[in-house]
Design a protein around this ligand. Structure first.
Ligand code: ADP
Ligand code: MG
Length: 266
């Protein structure tokens, strides 16, 4: 387990109470429409936070603002205490933010092992990674990541043969390979079977032992499975926060979110 960053404890005595990400008065306008509206949010180092909210609540824009894909019109985002205002997207990523988009972005003609080797060595190109032998610490790290994401048995099959859920887990593994301080995960179980949903949930819970993770999600069963603290977004701002039970029984949440869902399901 030498040189193995994934096992380092994420919250140490020196980080207790520290914020991994905070927003203050964060407003993002598109032609005058406020997708985020004076949003105050903060999350501790080591937390697993789930953000829910109806369609159009501003969830994806919230992630875009954290990663620098969109700029605040007003207010600020602080990552590890640092205002990210003047930084470009790639600079913010390099500070330690890994983002998983909704659709998997793995190389389908490479195997899970090769995908993870590439992710461990973002500076090498594909040819270099595939034809040069990786060093033994990288190899051990890939073996351990394959284990973490539950793909050891399929390590050497083309990723094209993986199920949608397995691809999602592989991509989460590829993010983890880059040792980010904060993992942002946008709707990881959309379109997955119940069993795959459970697997992705178990993976995120395992990763939460050693990472700060912010998950955007719609699927309430999934939220119930993984949630500790839940933030409900509505019209670009925080409607309420609490544990799953509190949020689920909050009349405002039932009205704007769960109520709507029940209507569409009926
Ligand atoms: P969610 O992810 O919660 O469904 P989004 O963050 O995608 O919500 O969108 C929030 C609101 O902002 C929506 O009304 C959407 O139409 C609007 N919006 C998002 N991105 C843009 C954009 N680039 N230009 C204009 N409006 C946008
Ligand atoms: Mg969205």
């Amino acid at each position: 387990m030498d040189n193995f960053e994934d096992t380092k404890p994420v919250a140490t005595v020196s980080t207790i109470g520290e914020k991994i990400v905070e927003t203050e008065n964060l407003t993002v306008s598109f032609d005058g429409f406020k997708a985020l509206n004076h949003l105050d949010f903060s999350m501790d180092v080591g937390e697993l936070r789930v953000v829910i909210g109806p369609n159009g609540a501003g969830k994806t824009t919230f992630l875009d603002a954290i990663t620098g894909k969109v700029q605040p019109t007003e207010g600020q985002v602080r990552f590890k205490g640092r205002n990210t205002k003047r930084l470009a997207e790639h600079q913010i990523a390099r500070l330690g933010i890994g983002r998983k988009f909704q659709t998997p972005r793995v190389f389908l003609n490479l195997t899970p092992r090769e995908n993870l080797e590439l992710a461990c060595n973002p500076k090498k190109n594909i040819v270099g990674t595939l034809f040069r032998r990786s060093n033994s610490s990288d190899r051990r790290r890939v073996i351990s990541l394959l284990e973490t994401v539950g793909l050891t048995a399929k390590a050497d099959l083309p990723a094209a043969l993986l199920s949608h859920g397995e691809k999602q887990r592989l991509e989460i593994g590829m993010l983890v390979a880059q040792s980010p301080d904060l993992l942002l995960v946008d709707e990881p179980v959309a379109g997955l079977t119940d069993e795959e949903t459970q697997n992705v949930g178990d993976l995120l819970l395992a990763l939460a032992e050693s990472h700060s993770i912010l998950v955007i999600e719609h699927d309430m069963e999934f939220v119930r499975q993984i949630a500790r603290k839940v933030t409900v977004l509505h019209e670009g701002t925080v409607l309420c926060e609490g544990d799953f039970e509190e949020v689920q029984t909050d009349p405002r949440v039932i009205e704007v979110y769960l109520g709507k869902q029940e209507e569409t399901e009926a």
